[in-house]
Design a protein around this ligand. Structure first.
Ligand code: GLN
Length: 234
C-alpha cells in the first residue's frame, strides 16, 4: 500500500461529501467510488449513511454489488455508518422485500430500530479505546446479535435522558435521502431504546467496522482515525 492510503467513499447515495471531508482531515486520500474500476483502485472503502434500500438498488444498477462483495471477501477494509452498517451486515431485520446487502460482518442488524418516536437523537458513547464521543443517530439501525468473531466497540445506554417527545423536529421523514440533509436534526437527550435496553451500535470484525451513528457530521474525527489506523495496520 502507498504511504498515503487511498480510501474510497461509495458515492451512489447518502452523505458522501461529509465522509470525504472527514477522511481528508484524517490524513488519507479520499476518492469517490461509483464504478468498478474506481473500486479496484482504492485500498479501503467507506459506505456512508443514506438509505440502504436505495443504495442496494443503485449498487445493482451500477454493477457494483458483486465487485463489492468480492473485495470484502478478499479482505479490503471497509467502514459502514448507519445505512452503511446495514450494507455490511450478513443479516437484516425490517428490510424491504428482497433487500440485499454486501455483507461481511457476522451480525443481524435491525433497520429503523429506534422507532418513529426517536427518529433522531444524540447520545454519548464510549467508543473502543477512544473515550467518549457524541454520537448522532438518524433513523438508525441497531445490532440485534453478533457472531463470535465480532467485537462490540460501542453501546448506547437505554432510557438515558428522556426528552420532550412533542418537541418539533425537522428530521426528514419517509424512505428518502435523509442523511443528505445538511444538519442532523438530532434531539439532544432523546431516549434511545424506549424499552430501556442497552443497544450495540458499533462493531468490528477483522478489517470491517460499522457504526449505527454518523461521526462524519460532528467534526470529531476519532472514528475515522480509528478506521484509518485499521487500514494502515493491514
Ligand atoms: N433508515 C436508513 C436505512 O434503512 C438508514 C438511515 C441513515 O443512514 N441515516 O437505510
Amino acid at each position: 500500500m502507498a504511504t498515503v492510503p487511498a480510501i474510497g467513499v461509495l458515492a451512489l447515495q447518502g452523505d458522501v461529501r461529509e465522509h470525504m471531508r472527514a477522511l481528508a482531515s484524517s490524513g488519507v486520500r479520499a476518492v469517490a467510488v461509483r464504478r468498478p474500476a474506481e473500486l479496484a483502485a482504492v485500498d479501503a472503502l467507506v459506505i456512508p449513511g443514506g438509505e440502504s434500500t436505495t443504495m442496494w438498488k443503485l449498487a445493482e444498477a451500477f454493477e457494483l454489488l458483486e465487485p463489492l462483495r468480492l473485495r470484502i471477501k478478499e479482505g479490503m477494509p471497509a467502514y459502514g455508518s448507519c445505512a452503511g452498517m446495514i450494507m455490511l451486515a450478513d443479516r437484516i431485520e425490517g428490510g424491504v422485500e428482497g433487500q440485499q446487502t454486501i455483507g461481511g460482518i457476522d451480525m443481524s442488524v435491525r433497520r429503523n430500530a429506534f422507532g418513529r418516536q426517536v427518529d433522531s437523537f444524540e447520545a454519548d458513547i464510549d467508543f473502543a479505546d477512544r473515550g467518549t464521543i457524541r454520537a448522532v443517530f438518524i433513523r438508525a439501525p441497531w445490532v440485534e446479535s453478533v457472531g463470535p468473531g465480532v467485537e462490540v466497540l460501542g453501546r448506547v445506554p437505554g432510557g438515558a435522558g428522556r426528552s420532550d417527545a412533542s418537541a418539533p423536529r425537522d428530521a426528514s421523514r419517509g424512505d428518502g435521502d435523509e442523511a443528505g440533509a445538511r444538519t442532523p436534526a438530532a434531539r439532544p437527550g432523546a431516549v434511545a431504546d424506549p424499552a430501556g435496553d442497552d443497544r450495540i451500535v458499533a462493531v468490528r470484525q477483522g478489517p470491517l467496522l460499522a457504526t449505527s451513528f454518523h461521526p462524519e457530521l460532528t467534526g470529531d474525527w476519532r472514528v475515522h482515525s480509528y478506521f484509518v489506523e485499521m487500514v494502515r495496520e493491514l
